[in-house]
Structures are given as C-alpha cells and as structure tokens.
Design a protein around this ligand. Structure first.
Ligand SMILES: Cc1cc2nc3c(=O)[nH]c(=O)nc-3n(C[C@H](O)[C@H](O)[C@H](O)COP(=O)(O)OP(=O)(O)OC[C@H]3O[C@@H](n4cnc5c(N)ncnc54)[C@H](O)[C@@H]3O)c2cc1C
Ligand SMILES: NC(=O)c1ccc[n+]([C@@H]2O[C@H](COP(=O)([O-])OP(=O)(O)OC[C@H]3O[C@@H](n4cnc5c(N)ncnc54)[C@H](OP(=O)(O)O)[C@@H]3O)[C@@H](O)[C@H]2O)c1
Length: 378
C-alpha cells in the first residue's frame, strides 16, 4: 500500500507516468518468456528500498477488447456511465475495466441475465471444485461464446465488470545502484485454452511496450527488508521471477559495502536458456560479495531438481548459517514452491538440530517471530 500522505508522491489513484527505458527478453530459446524491464523514476519523488514492489496500472489490448465486443454483440460506440463519468464503451474497456479474468461473483451476475442451469449448478457451494475447474483457462469472452446474450445493453454489460486492478511486481534493483530507475523481472503469462490463445493483461501489456510510458506507483513492503545490521548473513531462495528482490538485495549490499555474507539459491527450467541474471551472479561470486550460489535446473535432466533439493543437499552448512544468525528469505510461487521450501527448512531442523517434527515447526515459527524468516510470495 502506498502509505505516503504527501500529495506530490504518486499513488495508485494518482500514478507516476514512467518512461520505459529497457524491455529485454532474458530467456532466448526457452519455451518460457521472462523479461527484464527498466523504468525511469526521474522527478517522480518515488524512493524505494530493496524488498518493495512496484504497482503497474495496465490497459487492455485492443485485439482482446475487439474480440470481446464482437462476442457480446456491441460495437464499442455505445455511451456508458462509469462512476461519475460518461464515456464510450470502447474507451472504458481499453482503459478502465477488467474484462478477461473471471471471478465467481462475475459468473453469478452474468447468470442473472443468462439464466443457465449449468452455471447455477456450478455456483452451488457444494460444487466449489467443479467451478474452479470450469474457470481454469476461461475468460469473460468464453461465457458470452457459450451463452450468447443478444439482449444485453452496454450499461448492463459494464455492470458485470470491475475496475482494472493494478498488478504488483517485486522490485529487482537497488536505487543506490541505479539512481532514478526501477527494474522488474516479469514472467509473461501466455497459454492456450479452450481453443484460444490467451495472454496475461499486465505482463503482456509490459512485454509489448517499447519506449512507451507506464503508469506506476510504489508499494512498500516493510516485512521483506534486508537486516538492519548489515553484518547479518542472509540466505535467499528465489526460483524463477522470485529472483527479483534478491538482485536488489545484492546490489544494495555491494554498493553499501556491507560485510554480511550472502547465499543465493536460484532455480529455473534450463541453465542454457533460463539463467536469469546469470552473468551478474557469476560476477558477484568472483567479486566476493556473493559467498555461495546454488543452482537447480528442473528440466536439464530426467529427474526434477528444485531449490529445496539443493537446500537439503547443503543442509549441514545451511544449519550452521542459521545457527550463526542468518536471515532466511524466500520469494516467488506461493502455491507450491514456498510450501516445499518451508518443509525443507523443517526437515533440516529435524536432521541437523535433532528436533522432533513439533519442535522443528515451533523453531520455524520462532524464526518468523524474530523476523529472520521472511516471505514475498504470490
Ligand atoms: C507482491 C507481489 C509481487 C509479485 N512480483 C512479481 C514479479 O516480480 N514478477 C512476476 O512476473 N510476477 C510477479 N507477481 C505476479 C504479478 O502481479 C501478476 O499476477 C502476473 O504478472 C500475472 O498478471 P497478468 O496481468 O499478466 O495476468 P492476468 O491477466 O492477471 O491473468 C492471470 C490469470 O491467468 C490464468 N492463467 C495463468 N496461466 C495459466 C495457464 N497456464 N493456464 C490457464 N490459466 C492460466 C489464471 O487464471 C491467472 O489468475 C507478483 C505478485 C505479487 C502479489
Ligand atoms: N503460461 C506460461 O507459459 C507460464 C510459464 C511459466 C510461468 N508462468 C507463470 O508465471 C509465474 C511466475 O513464473 P516463474 O518464472 O516465477 O516461476 P515458474 O516458471 O513457475 O518456476 C520456476 C522454477 O521453479 C520450478 N518449480 C516448479 N515447482 C516447484 C516447486 N514445487 N518447488 C520449487 N521449484 C519449483 C520450475 O520447475 P518446472 O516448471 O520444471 O516444474 C522452474 O524450474 C507463475 O505464477 C506461473 O503461473 C506461466
């Protein structure tokens, strides 16, 4: 949340218009698209710290809006009321409203017009899993294609839509290393489902911009910060785009001449194509600021190798770092990775600290209370 009350500081409702300086594909040859972005913060009044995130306010893609309009049976030139203002439907869809990602409440509202038995069954509380399965890979357009609505007015249609939410991205740079700039590491969401090519609103909006301006604001995160004592060792676990804040951490620690030791666990699909910021990590290792680097390539061999496997491989040393007061950070996928890393930590406490399962869980809770186990997961 932007907490500043200073009216000159940009916020979600009054964002800063940043110039996009760099949009670089980092995963040449991979079947996954991860990009590095650099945005200017010149004269923005935005001061961030490693661990903070940047909020981006995307607009919808013209092609996506046109396809939706044609599925709904409207032409976009209808006048609609959005909040206090009147505007053309086309403009509202491009700039103001979310019109792809589905929610349960939206399906409910849609079914007030469609009156479909299939949808009302799916909306029953007892059919939660079936609804999740139905929604997976479907967007608003799919509802209109499956249940055509020829009578819906433009105003009723916008009544189904919510305001476009901003998307957050963990900041991948230190302001001390890159004055007046902010860097991001973004996985571009692209997939094909139900016979249509889909793309994530904000990640594809960013991917398709060159030299444009981007509306953004700062989202501070006081719970994901470098230790106050710069001599404290840190262990960072950040597979995929989870690497972003750790680039900021290492840059900050290098620029400020911090004496604390740094250990990074990174993982992705393949070393040849997905080694995000690989040349920087190799440089920092030679330079001595990055004391330890462990890499997990999940698709370079038959068996999956993930960051938590590397943690277990190094459990004796990891335990010593933790006993010596290291702060442990994890960033990236919340649904599976962060849980597996949590489990690995408990296993390490059991194996190396001779703890019972309960004691290991209590120890990890204690680490969290002491703010030595910090998460930035999404
Ligand atoms: C604190 C925080 C920090 C974050 N930091 C980063 C970061 O550093 N880098 C980063 O890349 N992201 C980060 N994210 C995630 C980011 O905010 C967006 O959620 C992400 O970029 C997707 O947004 P989008 O608008 O492109 O996709 P949306 O338009 O929001 O679409 C996403 C939706 O598409 C659907 N979907 C996605 N993949 C598939 C698939 N394969 N099959 C079927 N359906 C699918 C799902 O319904 C999903 O909810 C962060 C999130 C948070 C909360
Ligand atoms: N649509 C797409 O093409 C696409 C592709 C990638 C990511 N995404 C989206 O982009 C977002 C961010 O992607 P990302 O780059 O941060 O991460 P990611 O691509 O999901 O994963 C990065 C690395 O973590 C591995 N991994 C998978 N499960 C794991 C687990 N349980 N524990 C530890 N590591 C695990 C992956 O291996 P494996 O993948 O080999 O199992 C990969 O090597 C995700 O939310 C995802 O939904 C979309």
């Amino acid at each position: 949340m932007s907490t500043s009350t200073d009216p000159s500081v940009p916020t979600k409702d009054n964002p800063y218009t940043s110039k996009l300086l760099v949009n670089r594909l980092m995963t040449e040859g991979s079947d996954k698209e991860t990009r590095h972005f650099e945005l200017s913060l010149k004269d923005s009044g935005l001061d961030y710290f490693p661990g903070d995130s940047l909020g981006i306010l995307p607009t919808n893609c013209e092609g996506v809006v046109n396809d939706l309009l044609s599925a709904v049976g409207l032409n976009g030139n209808e006048s609609v009321e959005i909040g206090e203002s009147n505007m053309l439907l086309n403009e509202a869809l491009l700039n103001r409203l979310a019109c792809t990602v589905l929610s349960k409440i939206q399906i409910k509202k849609f079914n007030e017009f469609a009156g479909s038995k299939k949808l009302s069954d799916l909306l029953q509380v007892t059919n939660k899993d079936a609804l999740v399965e139905y929604m997976w890979g479907r967007e608003l357009i799919d509802l209109f294609l499956e249940f055509p609505q020829s009578e819906l007015s433009a105003q009723d249609f916008v009544g189904l839509l919510r305001t476009m939410p901003p998307r957050l991205y963990s900041i991948a740079s230190s302001l001390s290393a890159h004055p007046e700039e902010v860097h991001l590491t973004v996985a571009i969401v692209r997939y094909e489902e139900h016979g249509r090519k889909r793309k994530g609103v904000c990640s594809s909006y960013l991917a398709e911009r060159v030299g444009d301006t981007i509306p953004c604001y700062l989202h501070p995160n006081k719970n994901f910060k470098l230790p106050e004592d710069s001599s404290t060792p840190i262990i960072m676990v950040g597979p995929g785009t989870g690497i972003a804040p750790f680039r900021a951490f290492i840059e900050e620690r290098q620029v400020t001449g911090s004496k604390g030791k740094n250990w990074l666990f990174f993982g992705d699909r393949s070393q040849n194509t997905d080694y995000l910021y690989g040349n920087e990590w190799e440089f920092y290792q030679k330079d001595g600021i990055l004391n330890k680097l462990d890499l997990a390539w999940s698709r370079d061999q038959q068996e999956k190798v993930y960051v938590q496997h590397k943690m277990i491989e190094k459990k004796a040393e990891l335990w010593i770092w933790l006993q010596n007061g290291a702060t442990f950070y994890v960033c990236g996928d919340a649904s599976r990775m962060a849980k597996d890393v949590d489990h690995a930590l408990r296993t390490i406490a059991q194996d190396e600290g001779s703890m019972s399962e309960e004691d290991a869980a209590a120890w990890l809770k204690g680490l969290q209370r002491e703010k030595r186990y910090l998460k930035d997961v999404y």
